[in-house]
Design a protein around this ligand. Structure first.
Ligand SMILES: NC(=O)c1ccc[n+]([C@@H]2O[C@H](COP(=O)([O-])OP(=O)(O)OC[C@H]3O[C@@H](n4cnc5c(N)ncnc54)[C@H](O)[C@@H]3O)[C@@H](O)[C@H]2O)c1
Ligand SMILES: C[C@@H](O)[C@H](N)C(=O)O
Length: 374
């Protein structure tokens, strides 16, 4: 019975730990006891990957072809060098993305493939962006559960086993109707009513658990709805705040799928990506928590339309409410309290509503001019 004896030894070590250490070394990686391919060698340990702060990290971004990943890769490549940042997804990249730096196929549900990528490329930082967003998730709960929860488990195990610094974004959607909504603090009741929200609370808690239990360097920000000009949103509740700009420029008309008085926290993409890098670079002793709210502004569709109409008085906005999205929005924070992020690691947003509008209009109108000229 040598196998059983070995198993019982691993279980004992897992449960009891070593004296004088509050977190477990990664010799006790979670899947060990099932003899899965996740078994790590007995000499593996959390600190086995040496990454000096003066070196550039070797970065992997999962789900990188969505609204946020390409911008994140661009920013990180500027800072750490093109070849040190690998973008991955399960979709075929447009040629501009494919030629702008390393891209590989990676399905986060394929654990062995993920491990191969991390090992072969000596990855040290992982930004885990793959997810199904709120509205798409409600339309396909089984897939959302698999990608957002099973996929996250793969990522956590890989990150823990290979000593990675791991960033996982959470969201305003991690709160629900019983949370304080105006403002919503970092620590309060979290009872979301979407599979997206449930999976994000799960991610926050699992990441924090792995941090305390195994010493995983897990860092997480709860993003508001993100607004970007050069990438489209992937099926969320806050998508209207991007679409309005495109429709305004294209046709001068916009039909909004949320009620005019629906207040939600929002942020321009440059602020979001900068916050992500800043929290990843924050010295450990500045972080009293591992999950922080970040915020920039908060508005309703009516307020956004009115501000936009100051620049485009001819814009016509009508409303045709999507009841699934509206119910989700009505359960989310109206304002986000991000005072801990501001106090502890110096978070500060650059874009308020007027700057956001000007930046979006400048970008989209110059794109339209270029398209017309070609
Ligand atoms: N965009 C926002 O407003 C916002 C707000 C809060 C949090 N976030 C979070 O930020 C992250 C990135 O958001 P986004 O807007 O870019 O999302 P997105 O929906 O635009 O992109 C997600 C990407 O994940 C990929 N993906 C799906 N299944 C996969 C799988 N099995 N393996 C690998 N990749 C897979 C998709 O192909 C897609 O490119 C997500 O985790 C999201 O929850 C986004
Ligand atoms: C808020 C965020 O998580 C995403 N944009 C959604 O609406 O689902």
């Amino acid at each position: 019975m040598p196998v059983l004896r070995a198993l019982s030894k691993v279980v004992k070590q897992t449960l009891l730990g070593s004296p004088g250490c509050s977190c477990q070394p990664l010799t006790v990686a979670v899947r060990n006891i099932s003899f899965s391919p996740r078994q790590v060698t007995s000499d593996a340990s959390f600190h086995s990957v040496s990454f000096s702060e003066t070196d550039h990290p070797k970065v992997l971004i999962t789900g990188g072809l969505g609204q946020l990943g390409v911008g994140l890769a661009k920013m990180l490549r500027k800072k750490f060098g093109k070849n040190n940042v690998i973008l991955s997804d399960i979709r075929k990249p447009p040629s501009s993305v494919f030629h702008s730096g390393p891209f590989i196929y990676s399905d986060i549900l394929d654990y062995k493939n993920l491990r191969e990528i991390v090992v072969n490329n000596r990855i040290t930082w992982l930004f885990h962006y793959s997810a199904l967003l709120s509205a798409v998730g409600e339309a396909n709960v089984a897939l959302a559960r698999s990608v957002n929860i099973t996929g996250l488990h793969n990522i956590l195990d890989i990150a823990a086993e290979h000593g990675l610094r791991l960033f996982v974004p959470s969201t305003i959607g991690a709160f629900g109707p019983t949370s304080p909504r105006n403002p919503t603090p970092d620590l309060c009741v979290q009872r979301p009513r979407t599979i997206y929200g449930v999976s994000k609370v799960h991610a926050e808690l699992m990441g924090e658990y792995y941090h305390h239990r195994y010493g995983l360097d897990f860092r997480c920000l709860r993003y508001p709805g993100i607004i970007s000009a050069d990438s489209m949103p992937g099926g969320g509740t806050t998508d209207y705040a991007v679409q309005i700009f495109h429709d305004a420029i294209k046709s001068g008309k916009f039909e909004c799928n949320l009620r005019p008085d629906t207040r939600l926290p929002m942020m321009y993409i440059d602020d979001c990506l900068r916050a992500t890098l800043e929290v990843m670079e924050a010295p450990v002793d500045t972080l009293s928590m591992r999950t922080y709210n970040i915020n920039a502004m908060s508005f309703t569709p009516e307020e956004l339309a009115q501000e936009l109409q100051k620049q485009m008085p001819e814009l016509e906005v009508t409303y045709d409410v999507d009841h699934v999205r509206q119910a989700i929005a009505d359960s989310w924070p109206m304002n986000f309290d991000d005072s801990n992020a501001r106090k502890e690691w110096g978070w500060k947003h650059d874009y308020d509503l007027p700057e956001l509008i000007q930046t979006m209009l400048n970008y989209l109108s110059s794109e339209t001019r270029v398209a017309r000229a070609n």
